[in-house]
Design a protein around this ligand. Structure first.
Ligand SMILES: NC(=O)c1ccc[n+]([C@@H]2O[C@H](COP(=O)([O-])OP(=O)(O)OC[C@H]3O[C@@H](n4cnc5c(N)ncnc54)[C@H](O)[C@@H]3O)[C@@H](O)[C@H]2O)c1
Ligand SMILES: [Zn+2]
Ligand SMILES: [Zn+2]
Length: 385
């Protein structure tokens, strides 16, 4: 039996600060929990929202704020190996390879049993302090309790997490690939395939081609779209999109407008997936303008919690029967779709290695996020020895 584990973790102490790598203590797993050793963690933009305090900022009024967000161990995109299981854990055993699941899935709540485990009721725990199992704290630094991003904390060598937050995966798949599929890949792919419902012959527009959006490009192509227009101001993103299935690119939605008008003879896109770094209210109107009659606009990117207003053409929304839809985790079911996408990776149909622009040590994590913000990475990945 492993007792208290000392491990290194990237901790955020407050709004706008850098990540600090600290030696922290994690208590042994209690009932329904496991100790996992992370091998790789993806640098998803959602952790940057926490750092920039788009999510749970001190002057905002989200649920995370009410419970005190900082200090917090970051990271929710991860692939690792189970070290030890606590009492009552039946689905996982030491040595199992696992993907993080930033929405836990209990398998029993109304959302899970209706095939929407990305909306599992246990996900409410993400906005509450302490562990999913019993609300008590497992992570400590110099006697202070630490919060944990998405109850996962993949920016640490080890984590103690609820078994519902992990998905067992094929041990032959490299763990950095597992990490990317655990959030960015499935979120983007599912946004196009499940939430926008891209069909053969469709025109799809993906706005924001980072670690998430590039997979909406891959999903739209795989679903048989005739045109996939990738919109991003950064040249590397446009080039990568063309390599991975986009047929056209544009640097902005404004410049995509005449292109999509031309390609569709004015009918506009069947699907628009909005996945930029940060969603602001003024991005939704242009995205809906790119959306055609009967089309679907999916908002995948995360808005600041303070962003409450957006202006859309309501006349067109009704008369052109457009749909505006939110989405979390690509409307995918973690236990079904993570292994399924990893199989598509193994068969060569889904590209994931190509998305890992650069790997970093944990103590280079601030550089990794700077590179993301500077547009240098499709995805940066922290790897642990
Ligand atoms: N809904 C979910 O379940 C879910 C899950 C994961 C991530 N996200 C969110 O998705 C968004 C994207 O995440 P990511 O990790 O891919 O980020 P990223 O930083 O890797 O990529 C964002 C991309 O958007 C581009 N961009 C920024 N503003 C733009 C604009 N106005 N028009 C076109 N392109 C623009 C940037 O150049 C960049 O390439 C973030 O908001 C993230 O929090 C949502
Ligand atoms: Zn993510
Ligand atoms: Zn559930």
């Amino acid at each position: 039996m492993v007792g208290i584990v000392k491990t290194h973790a990237a901790v955020l102490r407050g709004r706008g600060q850098d990540w600090q790598v600290e030696e922290i203590e994690i208590d042994a797993p209690r009932p329904d929990e496991v100790l996992v050793k992370w091998s790789a963690a993806g640098l998803c933009h959602s952790d940057e929202h926490v750092r920039a305090s788009d999510m749970g900022a001190a002057d905002q009024h989200g649920p995370a704020d009410r419970t005190g967000l900082f200090p917090i161990v970051g990271g929710h995109e991860g692939g690792g190996v189970i070290v030890e299981v606590g009492p009552g854990v039946r689905s996982l055993a030491p040595g199992d390879h696992v993907a993080a699941s930033f929405f836990p899935c209990c398998g029993r709540c109304p959302m899970c049993i209706s095939g929407r485990s990305n909306l599992c009721d246990l996900g409410a725990a993400n906005f509450l302090p302490g562990q999913i199992s019993d609300g008590t704290m497992r992570y400590h630094l110099d006697g202070e309790d630490l919060n944990v991003m998405s109850k996962l904390g993949t920016f640490a060598e080890h984590s103690v997490v609820h078994e519902a937050s992990l998905v067992k995966v094929d041990p032959e798949v490299p763990l950095p690939v597992v990490a990317l599929v655990s959030c960015g890949v499935t979120t983007g792919w599912g946004s196009a395939v499940y939430r926008a419902g891209v069909m053969p012959g469709d025109t799809a527009v993906v706005v924001g081609v980072g670690g998430v959006g590039i997979n909406a490009v891959q999903g739209a192509r795989m679903a048989g779209a005739r045109y996939v227009v990738a919109v991003d101001p950064v040249e590397l993103k446009q080039k990568t999109a063309l390599d991975l299935g986009a047929t056209h690119t544009a640097p902005s939605m404004e410049e995509a407008l005449p292109l999509v008008t031309d390609l569709t003879r004015g009918r506009m896109a069947d699907a628009v997936i909005l996945a930029p770094s940060v969603v602001y209210g003024d991005l939704v109107g242009p995205a809906l303008t790119l959306t055609g009659k009967g089309g679907t606009c999916v908002v995948t990117g995360v808005a600041p919690m303070s962003q409450k207003e957006s202006s859309v053409d309501l006349f067109q929304l009704a008369m052109f029967q457009k749909e505006l839809r939110g989405v979390v985790f690509g409307a995918a079911n973690p236990r079904l779709d993570i292994p399924r996408l990893l199989d598509l990776y193994r068969s060569g149909q889904l590209k994931v290695d190509e998305l890992i622009t650069r790997t970093y040590r944990l103590d280079e994590i601030n550089q990794g996020y700077r590179d993301m913000l500077d547009g240098l990475n499709i995805r940066g990945v922290v790897t642990f020895d």
